[in-house]
Write a protein that binds this ligand. Structure first.
Ligand SMILES: *[C@@H]1O[C@H](CO)[C@@H](O)[C@H](O)[C@H]1NC(C)=O
Ligand SMILES: *[C@@H]1O[C@H](CO)[C@@H](O)[C@H](O)[C@H]1NC(C)=O
Ligand SMILES: *[C@@H]1O[C@H](CO)[C@@H](O)[C@H](O)[C@H]1NC(C)=O
Length: 449
């Protein structure tokens, strides 16, 4: 009561009045009446009279009612009195969290029993253990539950890393002006992120940023970009960042001014020298899931190099089944994808394999041919497990909060170098290739329609 008067003296203007109240006509034992009583945070001084009135009267009106002293009220009078005696509730000065109608609230939550799929609103005693969960919380929960297990290849040297750690070791460079701060938007498209010290030196130092972090020592973040299509549908792309991608070792013969030329192996022996071609600083890999209601995805997309595969989820078998392949660019691409992708035995994490050095994602261990060139293949296998769900950073641009680097349209590594002397006449091979573009420049594998 004291607070009540203090509020009036302060002339606070936020009040709830009964000009849009609903009169519930429920019997004494009904949960609705009980809820009002119990959950109201105001003292009983302030609100108990109208609520008591509601229950007493309801008692009278219910078929089983035993009320005696209110016999003379008719329904119209009951409603009148209910409105007349509805309380004035002063909200506190500085209150930020205002009341709302129930239907508006229900649009933003889903009924959830804690395990089974999200259902429609249950009622009665069996609904007692259910929650109404905000929809963004559900999306985040599913995103974590279905984040993949990524096996890094045996002998992998170049581990993943978080983006902020990487950004500490590079500088944004537009190609001419001084190094600037990280730009964003379409005008940043021609920029590069260039290592602060020379790549050769960083490669000589096994604790440099290029070698990333072993995810079994401390969880390395992945970035889950969530796009909400409708209240019951969203897709999420899991992005994995590696500071360095190792190109392919080719046996070459050095032809002096004509540069190195590929040399065929003789009895599996290279009579020239091996050279890595196509390495680059910065490496983004991804896989995507599409959720269309319920608590399992309907489809998955796994990307390796410039191709990828769509898989459908088979709920009965609890595995993903190959559907079709997509070549994003390049006529030389010719990957083969396994028919089945398994989940981890005790949970729902798809099991993927990052190829040694290049980190292209495959759905099975082994050797994967991906281009129509002899001796060029990816190798993946059971090296080090990366439990990516241990650190999922969820990016939902619709909710407004996302890191500034998400808007960088440029290349996530140094410009190409050590190119073939004949690159000016069309032989475009470099030992160090351009860094790749980042998330905003990649096409989404699922769309909302
Ligand atoms: C309320 O519940 C009690 C015990 O469950 C029951 O005896 C009583 O008849 C109920 N009252 C009404 C109005 O339904
Ligand atoms: C890196 O190591 C190689 C071989 O050990 C050496 O030739 C080269 O000079 C080193 N480069 C730098 C920048 O330290
Ligand atoms: C190797 O890299 C680490 C991490 O950047 C650095 O602290 C260390 O000084 C480097 N070592 C050498 C010999 O440059």
């Amino acid at each position: 009561m004291v607070l009540h008067y203090v509020c009036k003296i302060l002339l606070t203007l936020h009040v709830i009045q009964c000009n849009s109240c609903f009169i519930l006509n429920l019997d004494r034992n009904s949960s609705a009446t009980y809820y009002n009583d119990r959950d109201n945070e105001l003292s009983s001084d302030d609100v108990s009279i109208p609520l008591q009135y509601l229950t007493e009267t309801s008692n009278l009106l219910s078929p089983l009612g035993h009320g005696t002293s209110f016999q003379s009220y008719n329904l119209q009078r009951v409603e009148e009195l209910t409105r007349q005696w509805a309380p004035l509730v002063w909200l506190a000065p500085g209150e930020q969290f205002f009341p709302s109608g129930v239907p508006e609230f229900l649009e933003h939550v889903l009924p959830w029993s804690g395990k089974s799929p999200f259902g429609s609103l249950p009622g009665g005693p069996s609904s007692e253990s259910w929650f109404l969960v905000t929809k963004t919380a559900i999306v985040e929960e599913l995103t974590r539950q279905w984040a993949p297990l990524v096996w890094l290849a045996p002998g992998e040297q170049f581990f993943p890393s978080g983006v902020p750690e990487f950004l500490e070791h590079v500088l944004p460079w537009s190609g001419k002006s001084p190094f600037g701060s990280l730009p964003g938007g379409p005008s940043s498209e021609s920029w590069f992120l260039v290592t602060k010290t020379a790549i050769d030196g960083l490669l000589n130092n096994s604790s440099s940023i290029l070698y990333g972090q072993n995810p079994t020592r401390a969880p390395v973040p992945i970035y889950a970009n969530v796009v909400t299509c409708s209240p019951s549908s969203f897709h999420v792309t899991y992005w994995f960042f590696f500071p360095f991608s190792q190109g392919k070792d080719l046996c070459t013969l050095d032809m002096g001014l004509l540069g190195p030329w590929p040399l065929p192996l003789v009895n599996n022996h290279c009579y020239g020298t091996y050279k890595d071609f196509g390495s680059h600083v910065g490496d983004w890999e991804h896989m995507s899931l599409l959720f269309q209601g319920g608590d399992n995805p309907s489809s998955m997309y796994v990307s390796a190099h410039d191709a990828g595969a769509f898989y459908k989820f088979n709920k009965l078998a609890n595995q993903f089944v190959y559907e079709r392949m997509e070549i994003r660019k390049g006529i030389m691409q010719r990957p083969t994808f396994p028919d089945i992708v398994e989940l981890t035995p005790t949970a729902s994490h798809p099991v993927l394999f990052a190829a040694k050095g290049s980190h292209g994602l495959w759905t099975a261990p082994g050797k994967h041919k991906y281009v129509r060139l002899p001796r060029l293949y990816d190798v993946s296998g059971y090296g080090i497990p990366w439990y990516t769900w241990q650190r999922v950073e969820i990016i939902n641009t619709a909710l407004g909060a996302f890191p500034a680097w998400l808007l960088f349209y440029g290349k996530w590594g140094n410009p190409r170098s050590k190119c073939h002397p004949l690159s000016r006449v069309g032989l475009h091979i470099c030992q160090l290739a351009d860094g790749p573009t980042g998330i905003p420049m990649k096409k989404q594998n699922f769309n909302c329609s």
